[in-house]
Design a protein around this ligand. Structure first.
Ligand code: ADP
Ligand code: MG
Length: 230
């Protein structure tokens, strides 16, 4: 982290009392944490004591974007807008973004906004220029529900671990499902959909399949049956 730029800032913008001379206030200390160089996403300016401080820019270094992050705040504090800013600027920087937009409130970045006085004022307050811009988007929809490109996967492709999570299986059931997948794999059975998976389990717990079931270590008829019931 580099030093803050206290001396260039009037005392009434440091977060200290008006007239107070350059002892680093909280706003300075926050700003100092953002005083890095290199490519970064610009998220806006620091809001301190109800005032926007345009020379206290809030940024994220591009190189940090492969880490985990948390955007937190009460309703209406700008979480969604922040996500939009991150996605837009990554897109502009040539980084593809995959967004799980469950509520559909991020997807608006695909269309340019409409300028108005409030936006102009706000852009001025945070010392940013604002131009209506749409960003290239492709929409996908899970299981073919909704208008996007349907995303589908075979049961084999989905795999036992992910399927166990979706089905909320316990550890024993998860291990059993793993064994069932392994069995199908060794027999060259491709599990296209859940019907195929059920058929394999139904066979394994049937009189006919019981000897095969014995061959799969640690899988009981009851667990196989319960797993199938999901
Ligand atoms: N940095 C900002 N400056 C000005 N207005 C903002 C800013 N961020 C969000 N807003 C506005 O505040 C309102 C709530 O923002 P939103 O991102 O939807 O909040 P949240 O997702 O936290 O509920 C929206 O009308 C949005 O346009
Ligand atoms: Mg929101």
């Amino acid at each position: 982290m580099s030093e803050s730029t206290d001396s260039a800032v009037p005392a009434d913008q440091t977060g200290g009392q008006p007239g107070e001379v350059a002892e680093a206030g909280p706003a300075d200390r926050i700003a100092a944490g953002y005083a890095f160089t290199g490519p970064a996403l610009d998220l806006g300016a620091l809001l301190w004591d109800g005032r926007c401080l345009p020379d206290r820019q809030i940024r994220i270094p591009l190189a940090m974007l492969n880490r985990h992050g948390l955007v937190a705040g009460a309703t209406g504090t700008g979480k969604t807008k922040t996500l939009q800013l991150i996605a837009e600027q990554l897109s502009a920087g040539g980084v593809p973004v995959f967004l799980a937009d469950i509520k559909g409130d991020i997807s608006g970045i695909s269309a340019p906004g409409t300028a108005n006085d409030r936006i102009g004022e706000r852009a001025h307050d945070v010392a940013q220029s604002w131009e209506p811009t749409g960003y290239p988007c492709e929409f996908y929809s899970l299981g073919g529900i909704g208008p996007g490109i349907p995303v589908r996967s075979t049961v084999t492709g989905f795999g036992p671990v992910l399927l166990s999570k979706v089905l909320q299986l316990n550890q024993t059931q998860e291990q059993s499902l793993g064994l069932i997948f392994h069995y199908a794999d060794t027999k060259g059975l491709e599990l296209i959909d859940l019907k195929d998976l059920r058929a394999v389990v139904a066979f394994l717990v049937s009189d006919q399949g019981k000897s095969e079931l014995k061959g799969i270590g640690g899988l009981s008829t009851v667990t196989a049956g319960v797993t199938c019931g999901r």
